[in-house]
Design a protein around this ligand. Structure first.
Ligand SMILES: C[S@@+](CC[C@H](N)C(=O)[O-])C[C@H]1O[C@@H](n2cnc3c(N)ncnc32)[C@H](O)[C@@H]1O
Length: 220
């Protein structure tokens, strides 16, 4: 009871280790994330107040579509994609293809063992739902440490409405994460804003993006 029911059943390696053992499967997964996330990425590029900030890090960017859309629309920004080393060549190929190599670089690392790169804005798309409650809090805490005063943490997922009655996609995604991972689950806007406040963020807000996706913004 309470254990994954995917190929991890019976004590397999965690989700990303399983996917990343096969380079072809890794590239397909990262490309699929671009497809899943494109609508939300365009909304974030357009509606976040980017003019107030100079640098941005995406934590677990996959191919880098969120950073790409944000930097294409905001010419003054510099960006870093922070992800596992295997992702580097696939991220760099995508960035080159969009002509952004002079403003967007890759930094290899693991958010479980390393500090996050410092920036004015730190983003996490489809990251928090992979982890259990302790990992969610740990990641929000690492983002807090990497931000300057006034910096922003931007978290997005298929965030569930607070009374858990409307966002059926978000609820199904949460079930999916419970089946696929050790301890992962989706969460409400109130949950996420509570974790951010506990970490020390002074202001938080929830904003709808597109379809089932919303973002929570925390200001340090
Ligand atoms: C579900 S994908 C989300 C991709 C992208 N943010 C999006 O929303 O489309 C998870 C991402 O986190 C990265 N990731 C997984 N474990 C990581 C770790 N320990 N440190 C850094 N990145 C990690 C994966 O390589 C992948 O790019």
């Amino acid at each position: 009871m309470g254990l994954p029911q995917s190929e991890l059943r019976g004590g397999g390696a965690p989700l990303f280790e399983t996917i990343y053992a096969d380079p072809a499967r890794l590239k397909e997964f990262l490309k699929a994330m671009t497809g899943v996330s494109r609508g939300a990425n365009l909304a974030i590029a357009a509606k976040f107040p980017w003019a107030q900030y100079k640098t941005v890090v995406d934590t677990g960017p996959a191919q880098g579509d969120l950073l790409t859309q944000v930097l294409l629309k905001n010419q003054h920004l510099l960006g870093v994609g922070f992800d596992l080393p295997e992702v580097g060549p696939i991220f760099e190929e995508y960035v080159e293809a969009h002509g952004l190599a002079s403003r967007l670089r890759f930094q290899a690392g693991s958010f479980f063992t390393d500090a996050l790169p410092k920036a004015d804005v730190i983003m996490m798309g489809h990251i928090l739902h992979d982890g259990d409650l302790e990992q969610k809090r740990m990641l929000i805490g690492k983002a807090y440490d990497a931000l300057p005063k006034g910096g922003a943490l931007l978290v997005y997922d298929a965030i569930i409405d607070d009374d858990r009655s409307k966002n059926a996609f978000g609820l199904m995604m949460s079930l999916h994460m419970m089946i696929e991972t050790y301890g992962g689950f989706d969460y409400t806007g109130a949950d996420c804003q509570g974790w951010m406040r506990e970490a020390g963020f002074k202001e938080t807000r929830l904003e709808h993006l597109v379809g089932p996706d919303s973002m929570v913004v925390g200001i340090k």
